[in-house]
Write a new protein. Structure first.
Lengths: 359, 255
């Protein structure tokens, strides 16, 4: 990753039939950076991608590419290429001609095209597939061809619109790693759209969390996971317990009927805040030493850990632990100060309902 | 019950096809009388091809069918692509507008076109008949191409632009190849419809420019000559083959 800003979105807004899809978006993407736009469906992430690709025009704002305003440039003259959600391979062309589509437009010689196509097929592990019809390929293979078809044009930025959405879990994990290593090897800037938080955490240099046409937070995967800026981000990235509380004073917060020492300060005194605690950060201790106590309502085995829902009177805690406590037993709950994360409360309408989803 | 079903079906088919069968048999009758079989002969087929009026009408019919199919296929395909790119509401409106002429009785289409030509003081003849045929063919072409466009991946066109294709290049190298089966079906349908049209042709041409249907009609008023049997039999066979081809294409496309 370099410091040069390759793409800058300036105050981009977009509405369809009076419904706002993007609300004054500002964002920059550095050269060779792997940026992921993450958010639930309808958050505007795909529209942002399509505006950069040139398939949609923003109602206001500018798209700056390498110092130039490209807002009015049609897609076929932009130095970006796209991998579409449903691949969009051309069914009347075979694998080779699909990959060669862009090169033929550039009027390259047949020998040069052959060389580049072979190199690309090799890169996506499909050597020897050139003559096959695209419809005879599996979903994963079609996706690789779509990636090869885009990359062969040597774009400066590759836009990927939920490219792994249609693949099964195992294949998806493999492709995540492959895409990441491809990006690092080729040194191309990737702009990746997904609603899968795990995918975003695994692959990205930078994650942009979006909701309702707004950018909620921009940061590295670690900073977004550890320091979510509000309850929505905390809920969307990983599982979390979110409680309404009050900041008693610096480094002391009150929620769930108890005072907890924490490491945050600067929120003021007696101010309402949201408190995030990751399920894996809650410690199960003896009833007499816990900061709060509760009754275990349910226990689910999740492979590497157990997921327990604990009723602590007025609140439900989700706890991940490698040791199991039997259902119905009373336990103490404790959280070390460092693992308590304090956030400014969200405006009510944006607040996610606190569900006890046992997925 | 089963035999009853068979007999019923047999009767239906018999009533449907017996007039055509009689016509075809009569076309091989050596005698001029329709009441008496005077032996097998190809004499009327021979006379048919010697008749300059009929040959002229045949030329007009075929040339109009080819030209009408050509123009309506180009217009209809482009129109379908345009309609397909519209947003939902205008698209639904355009498709309804497209369907209305197809459900309209031919006689209404024919008379309205005739009135239009009279009103605009265009002399009726070959060109007006061709224009009329293009007009009634276009909706069928649109209807044949539309499903192919809807089956297309909605990102195909954008993918082409993304890879550097201008809109024109994308039209010829991505959209048209993908919808080509529908375009060919549409062209064949247009050709067939144009070939066997009588009503609309009758109202949009002059007595000096006659296609086969209007010629048969005008001759039938003077009493039907056996050459007409031969001509009708030939038209039936040609149209049957064309229709079978169109149906076969539509079937295999649906699979």
């Amino acid at each position: 990753m370099e410091d040069k800003r390759l793409i800058t979105l300036e105050d981009i807004s977009k509405a369809y039939d009076g419904v706002t899809v993007l609300n004054h978006i500002n964002l920059y993407i550095r050269q060779k950076e792997f940026v992921t736009l993450l958010g639930p469906s309808g958050c505007g992430k795909t529209t942002t991608l399509r505006i950069i690709g040139g398939f949609e025009r923003a109602d206001s704002g500018r798209v700056i590419f390498d110092g130039q305003d490209i807002s009015e440039i049609p897609p076929y003259r932009r130095r970006v290429n796209t991998v579409f959600q449903k691949y969009a391979l051309f069914p009347h062309l075979n694998v080779k001609d699909n990959i060669a589509f862009g090169l033929k437009i550039k009027k390259m010689s047949a020998a040069e095209i052959q060389k580049k196509v072979d190199y690309m097929l090799d890169l996506v592990n499909l050597s020897g597939f050139g003559k096959r019809s695209v419809e005879s390929l599996s979903g994963g293979q079609q996706q690789r061809i779509a990636i090869a078809r885009a990359l062969v044009n040597e774009p400066e930025v590759l836009l990927l619109d939920e490219p792994l959405g249609a693949l099964d879990l195992k294949l998806r994990k493999e492709m995540q790693l492959e895409l990441k290593s491809m990006q690092q090897r080729l040194g191309i800037t990737f702009l990746y759209v997904t609603h899968d938080q795990e995918e975003a955490l695994t692959m990205s240099d930078t994650i942009v969390v979006m909701q309702g046409g707004n950018i909620l937070q921009i940061g590295t995967p670690k900073s977004i996971y550890d320091e979510p800026s509000n309850a929505f981000v905390a809920n969307f990235i990983g599982e979390s317990n979110i409680f309404s509380g009050t900041m008693v004073r610096d480094e002391m917060v009150h929620f769930c009927g108890a005072d907890f020492p924490c490491v945050d300060s600067g929120f003021g005194e007696d101010k309402p805040v949201d408190v995030v605690i990751r399920p894996e950060d809650v410690l199960l201790v003896g009833e007499d030493v816990g900061q709060v106590t509760g009754v275990i309502k349910s226990v689910l085995f999740k492979g590497v850990h157990y997921e327990m829902m604990i009723d602590a009177g007025h609140s439900i805690w989700k706890v991940h632990s490698t040791t199991m406590q039997p259902e119905g037993s009373r336990v103490g709950l404790s959280v070390v100060p460092f693992n308590i994360h304090i956030m400014h409360p969200m405006q009510e309408e944006n607040k996610q309902p606190q569900e006890e989803d046992a997925q | 019950m089963k035999t009853l079903k068979r007999i019923y079906l047999g009767l239906i088919l018999l009533f449907l096809y017996i007039p055509i069968v009689v016509l075809i048999i009569q076309s091989f009758n050596a005698g001029e009388s329709r009441a008496k079989w005077e032996g097998f002969s190809l004499i009327w087929y021979g006379k048919l091809f010697d008749d300059p009026n009929i040959m002229n009408a045949l030329w007009i019919t075929v040339s109009i069918a080819v030209l009408a199919a050509l123009f309506s296929t180009v217009l209809g395909t482009l129109a379908a692509i345009g309609i397909h790119a519209m947003r939902k509401r205008p698209q639904a409106l355009m498709l309804t507008l497209n369907n209305i002429p197809m459900t309209m009785p031919d006689i209404v289409t024919g008379i309205s076109l005739m009135l239009l030509f009279i009103f605009t003081q265009v002399e009726r003849g070959y060109v007006t008949m061709l224009l009329a045929h293009i007009t009634f063919d276009v909706p069928y072409v649109i209807l044949s191409v539309m499903p192919k466009l809807q089956q297309m991946n909605k990102n195909s066109y954008e993918a082409a632009l993304d890879l550097g294709a201008t809109p024109m290049y994308a039209l010829f190298h991505v959209i048209l190849p993908e919808v080509m089966p529908g375009v060919i079906t549409g062209a064949m349908l247009a050709f067939t419809l144009s070939l066997d049209d009588f009503t609309i042709s009758y109202f949009t041409t002059s007595p000096l420019v006659q296609n086969l249907s209007t010629l048969i009609y005008s001759q039938a008023r003077k009493g039907i000559k056996p050459t007409m049997n031969a001509l009708s039999a030939l038209m039936f066979v040609v149209l049957l083959v064309l229709l079978l081809l169109v149906n076969k294409r539509t079937d295999s496309q649906e699979k």
